[in-house]
Design a protein around this ligand. Structure first.
Ligand SMILES: [Zn+2]
Length: 697
């Protein structure tokens, strides 16, 4: 009897399963063909545009590139197959006869709807193909992003699913009457899943430390600093009962080296990481660092980041867990450059799920959606809370870094609706080939647009700070049970007089590129503004002090929670000029462009500075001393060095040179800066204050 029933079931089910799989095949093949065609059309011109040297380097990686491309094509085929099956079920649910043509059209419709949804929420992803292409494509993007909007698309998708569900239930109403209880129970469970009443609570004794940092964070663009746009409602709220250090001067406005100084408490010439491409011997920090000393106290130390955080996998800071992109290697470079030119990969594989399959999505500058990062942060927080050990969680957001590609609704929160230039949703200069154009100053209206994009990115970071703080409260970490820190690795030039957006290149334009904020809240830290000049090297000792841990001897930084010297001097140096001689600051010593001064390190495969250029790049660095309102800048040139003195309080953009008028201040700062320069183990000063190799003297 049972056998007969099974037979009847299988005879019914097999043709249906076969049809379903057939629809999956139709969807998969259709999407694969779309992917291959668009890939050929877009990848080949990009390949042709590459410099011959870059093309030769990439050619040596053909097996890797071929494997990645096969994996992407396979994933897209699978997505097409799933869309085909969904299309089949969709048609069946509404009672339509299923044909191949119908499945094909429905599959393309579904993928089109999903792609439209992605464009509507993260408009920078396909901006090159839409807005920057002009004409009807640009108009279509504006229509999708600004007129329709992702919320309306979400609503349409939800409505469609509800209609389908309604149709299925209606068509199966006779069966429904026979089994109402299991179906009702299933529906209730589905609705309750997002509520999750089982969120873990932190029960540890020691205070966890949560650092929410954003790349290129500028305090003067915070609403609480009197900025004219409402950029930071959540940060302003936190500031009310936090210590606020608005003049946190980065010792080097370049991500990797700045983090090395923040986490080790010493200036770059002491930790040895002096640019974005340190070699293995510099990356193995042989110094006490914040993660190391907290680890020794039983803390679990975790860092989470998107694309700007690649250096957490490059420099050994001592974190237990690093959830960040791999260090930039030739393979990573090839993956990134190819991936961002594949429209279907960008649309279908850059969300939370896609990023898990293809982490390359996480290191695309146009895909620094802080919401995606916050998803990972919440998962880490839940896990860390449930484990009960104290923890240090460093989160480093890239959205505020060039190309300032915020998702909606922040991408156009502050921009002009009638803007017609190339940077509607993200600053156009974002590809590796654009480096040489970074130094060109755009028109004033373009500069205004870029500033508005930056402000939108800042609002987007602020939104995620609010989200993470809410999650901290949910897991039982209220203000006094935690130490919450908000900071940046440096500031950013936003076309102040004489500068572009090249942080780390110079000290022109005032403090924009080096100044970033530090906010410390909770754990017994007394609130209020600490107006004195601070340095990135103070980060490590200040957090150690807030946790009442001993501060290691010999650091350059001091705890900002203690009474400090109002006349303290802080120092800084510049990083690499990325575009070669042409991008060196005026009068400074140049060297060849990146493609010539970098090489692939043998075992790590990371792109590193060639040994032959370490000398030249360190010698060419500009240095600065800040003290009170004063800044003195040292520029090595091919002849004698140039010294420039500015009063940043009266002259915020450093336009009036004062060394003759204030010769005493000049002399005193110069001797302090020279004394600091001579501590550089790689450099020495000759009789004319020219930096030379120590072996040359
Ligand atoms: Zn940075």
């Amino acid at each position: 009897m049972r056998l007969i029933r099974l037979n009847r079931l299988s005879s019914l089910a097999f043709p249906q399963i076969r049809n379903l799989l057939g629809s999956g095949a139709v969807g998969g093949v259709a999407l694969l063909i779309c992917h291959l065609c668009s890939g050929c059309v877009l990848l080949y011109p990009a390949w042709k545009q590459l410099a011959p040297q870059a093309r030769a380097e990439l050619s040596s990686n053909i097996p890797h590139i071929a494997l990645t491309q096969t994996e992407i094509a396979f994933a897209i085929t699978l997505i097409g197959a799933v869309a085909g099956i969904v299309s089949h079920l969709f048609a069946r649910g509404f009672g339509f006869r299923v044909s191949r043509l119908r499945v094909l059209l429905l599959t393309l419709g579904l993928i089109g709807l999903w792609t439209t949804r992605v464009i509507a929420q993260r408009p920078a992803l396909l901006e090159d193909l839409l807005w920057r292409a002009g004409g009807i494509r640009a108009a279509a993007q504006v229509l999708i992003v600004e007129r329709i909007g992702y919320r309306a698309i979400d609503l349409a998708i939800e409505l469609l699913v509800a209609l389908w569900l309604g149709a299925v239930l209606w068509r199966n109403r006779s069966r429904l009457r026979r089994t109402p209880v299991p179906i009702a129970a299933g529906l209730i469970v589905t609705l309750l899943i997002p509520l999750n009443p089982f969120r873990p609570h932190y029960r540890g004794v020691a205070k966890p430390v949560i650092v929410l940092a954003a790349d290129s964070l500028r305090p003067d663009h915070f609403s609480s600093e009197g900025y004219f746009r409402s950029t930071t409602p959540n940060l302003d709220q936190l500031r009310k009962d936090a210590a606020w250090i608005p003049d946190f001067f980065s010792p080097i406005a370049s991500t990797t080296a700045s983090w090395a100084s923040m986490l080790s408490g010493v200036y770059p010439h002491r930790h040895g990481v002096r640019d974005l491409f340190p070699r293995r011997e510099e990356s193995n920090l042989q110094l006490p660092t914040l993660p190391k000393i907290l680890g020794a106290q039983g803390y679990q130390t975790v860092v989470v980041s998107d694309y700007a955080g690649e250096m957490f996998n490059r420099v050994r800071f001592g974190f237990d867990l690093i959830d960040a992109p791999p260090a930039t290697s030739l393979e990573v470079f090839a993956d990134r450059e190819a991936f961002q030119r594949l429209p279907l990969a960008m649309a279908l594989l850059t969300g939370s799920f896609g990023e898990r399959l293809f982490p390359v999505g996480r290191y695309l500058p146009v895909n620094a959606d802080p919401d995606l990062l916050a998803d990972r942060v919440e998962a880490h927080l839940d896990r860390l809370a449930s484990e009960g050990r104290p923890f240090l969680l460093v989160v480093f957001y890239s959205v505020t870094h060039l190309p300032f590609a915020a998702p909606m609704p922040d991408a156009n929160a502050f921009t002009r609706p009638d803007y017609r230039g190339p940077s509607r949703y993200s600053y156009e200069i974002q590809q590796i080939g654009d480096i040489s154009r970074l130094s060109a100053r755009p028109s004033e209206s373009e500069a205004d647009q870029v500033r508005a994009l930056y402000d939108g990115a800042l609002r987007s970071f602020d939104r995620q700070v609010g989200r993470v703080v809410r999650r901290l409260e949910q897991i039982g970490l209220k203000r006094e049970q935690r130490l919450l820190i908000i900071t940046g690795d440096h500031g950013e030039g936003l076309f102040e007089p004489g500068v572009t957006t090249e942080h780390g290149k110079w000290f022109a334009g005032g403090e924009a590129a080096n100044r970033t904020p530090l906010l410390i809240q909770g754990g017994g830290v007394s609130p209020g503004t600490k107006a004195r000049l601070a340095s990135g090297v103070d980060f490590f000792p200040t957090i150690a002090d807030a946790l009442q841990l001993p501060i290691p001897d010999g650091l350059d930084g001091v705890s900002l929670l203690r009474e400090g010297d109002a006349e303290r001097s802080v120092f800084a140096e510049t990083a690499l000029w990325l575009g070669g001689e042409a991008s060196a600051p005026p009068g400074a010593i140049g060297y060849p462009p990146l493609v010539e001064i970098l090489e692939v390190e043998l075992d790590s495969h990371a792109l590193v500075l060639k040994r032959a250029y370490v000398e030249a790049t360190v010698t060419a660095k500009l240095r600065a001393i800040r003290k009170g309102p004063w800044e003195l800048i040292y520029t090595p040139t091919k002849q004698l060095p140039r010294w420039q003195l500015f009063n940043l309080r009266d002259d915020p953009f450093a336009e009036r040179e004062l060394s003759n008028e204030y010769s005493e201040t000049f002399r005193s700062l110069r001797s302090e800066l020279i004394e600091w320069l001579t501590r550089d183990p790689l450099r020495w000063l000759d009789a004319n204050d020219r930096l030379i190799s120590r072996t040359e003297q």
